[in-house]
Design a protein around this ligand. Structure first.
Ligand SMILES: Cc1ncc(COP(=O)(O)O)c(C=O)c1O
Length: 480
């Protein structure tokens, strides 16, 4: 649909989409007692939702019932919607449901943990991962097997030559490769199909952690006969404009079919006797208990929305915005951007930008942006400690000192960065707001006096915080 839109039509559609964002107009309190519209540049953590998704969820809620076991109309339509969502999600990543299955989980982390537990590893096998991974694509493997890390190039991108060397060095022992599709720190995108071909040539299979990729790039698992086929993908709905609580693991039935389901209870059995239990087939055997039916429907609706906006529109808009951000950030004195060549093309990076500003601690920059600028970013190590350490050039000695401090519950000197990340609804005005405030911080033109909290490493205004959350939100519904 979107490929046929003219430039003007695309611009108008993007403007409408921005207007549809739930919470776009929300004003938040500031240190000086005023209120300002919130600018969300923390999309790599989680995205807000759109009214069109919220509307569909509300529509479904009117039809909501538990799935699979009821004969009432609502049970039947809810069951149909749940299975239809599975088909939509399979379509979203071009999976072949005659060979692959879609298992709904809580999030990417649960998807990867599930794969790590179910995958039929041989006893002496290893997983090849990389230094650029989120902890969720690192720690689950450590529990099951040996892990070998692919190195980085000096610019923070994956060193594909080192990957080839490691595949060769461990040939015969590598059962699985687990790599991110795109980094949640630098936004760098990996050449997933090339990496898949190399893994297959070495007799291994490949998981792509698509948590960051899914909202920004089309995912095509490709037919399993294709040497560049992606064997497994994992992603989260809350990063795809559907923060209703689910994730997905997609992969071939044979590898995910363990003799015992990972979790047992209702929903996973065909028959239970006093002595025995007879497990259902995939995917039900891996979805114990009542699933998050509303979340699954929301994920499918979000997938459909992204597809109907059109990947060309998404990629073009976000790339333009990222280039704009690079330009504007580059004009702020004392900015260091990590892990990316300035004008790298859309294939190489997402709108996820990690930076530091002069010698102002990253937590203080993020604090000022929030308390005085109403701007939401993230700071720290972004659950990718090794990668951030490398990008920042932290020495082993410094790292050891900080590790000691963290273990003593002092997080005030953790090396890290500030991360701004864009979504399809952001526009130039959001980047202008960010860069305007960074310029003020660089000039020392902020008003608050900040103190660092040792336990959290956060910088907060001295004295009273301007955030009184009970004033903004309570759990008390209006009585009818
Ligand atoms: C690349 C990457 N992988 C995995 C995760 C974990 O996702 P979730 O918290 O939804 O499980 C994240 C979250 O930030 C991520 O960015």
């Amino acid at each position: 649909m979107a490929t046929r839109l003219s430039k003007e039509e695309r611009t108008a559609m993007l403007r409408r989409l921005r207007g549809e964002l739930v919470g776009l107009e929300v004003e938040v309190p500031l240190l000086d007692g005023s209120q300002r519209r919130y600018v969300n540049l923390d999309n790599a953590a989680s995205t807000p939702t759109f009214r069109s998704i919220q509307k569909k969820v509300d529509e479904f809620l009117a039809l909501y019932s538990n799935v699979h076991r009821g004969t009432g109309f609502k049970s039947q339509i809810a069951s149909w919607a749940y299975e239809e969502a599975r088909r939509v999600v399979a379509d979203f990543v071009k999976a072949d449901l005659s060979y692959e299955t879609v298992i709904f989980t809580k999030n990417t982390t649960e998807s990867i943990n599930k794969l790590a537990r179910l995958y039929p590893f041989r006893s002496d096998s290893i997983v090849i991962t990389s230094v650029m991974e989120h902890h969720s694509n690192e720690l689950p493997w450590r529990r099951r097997t040996g892990v070998v890390h692919t190195e980085l190039r000096p610019d923070g991108s994956l060193d594909v030559e080192d990957y080839a060397r490691k595949l060769d060095q461990y040939r015969g022992h590598v059962d699985l490769v687990a790599l991110t599709g795109a980094s949640n720190v630098s936004g760098l995108v990996n050449p997933v199909h090339k990496l898949a071909r190399m893994a297959h040539d070495a007799g291994a299979r490949i998981l792509i952690d698509a948590a960051q990729l899914a909202p920004h790039r089309p995912i095509d698992m490709r037919p399993h006969s294709d040497p560049e086929h992606l064997d497994f993908v994992a992603f989260s709905a809350h990063k795809m404009y559907a923060p209703y609580g689910v994730g997905a693991l997609v992969g071939d039935r044979e590898s995910l079919y363990a003799s015992e389901p990972e979790s047992v209870g209702g929903g996973v059995v065909d028959l239970v006797t006093i002595e025995n239990a007879y497990w259902r087939d995939l995917p039900e055997r891996e979805e114990a208990g009542t699933p998050d039916i509303v979340g699954v429907v929301a994920l499918a609706v979000a997938a459909r929305l992204l597809e109907s906006i059109g990947w060309d529109v998404i990629i073009e808009h976000e790339t333009r915005l990222t280039r704009y951000a690079f330009e504007k950030l580059g004009a702020v004195p004392g900015i260091t951007i990590y892990g990316a060549a300035r004008n790298s093309g859309p294939k190489d990076r997402l709108g996820v930008i990690a930076f530091n500003l002069k010698d102002v601690p990253h937590a203080q920059v993020a604090g000022i942006l929030s308390y005085e600028g109403a701007i939401g970013v993230r700071n720290g190590c972004f659950c990718a400690h090794s990668y951030v350490q490398r990008l920042l050039g932290v020495t082993e000695e410094e790292a050891q000192q900080v590790q000691k401090e963290i273990l003593e519950r002092d997080r005030s000197r953790i090396p890290g960065a500030v991360r701004a990340s864009v979504g399809i609804y952001n526009d130039e005005s959001d980047i202008d707001a960010l860069c305007g405030w960074l310029q003020k911080i660089a000039d020392g033109r902020y008003t608050g006096k900040y103190e660092v909290r040792k336990e959290s490493g956060w910088y907060v205004p001295e004295g009273e915080s301007c955030f009184v959350f009970e004033r903004e939100f309570t759990m008390d519904p209006e009585l009818p």
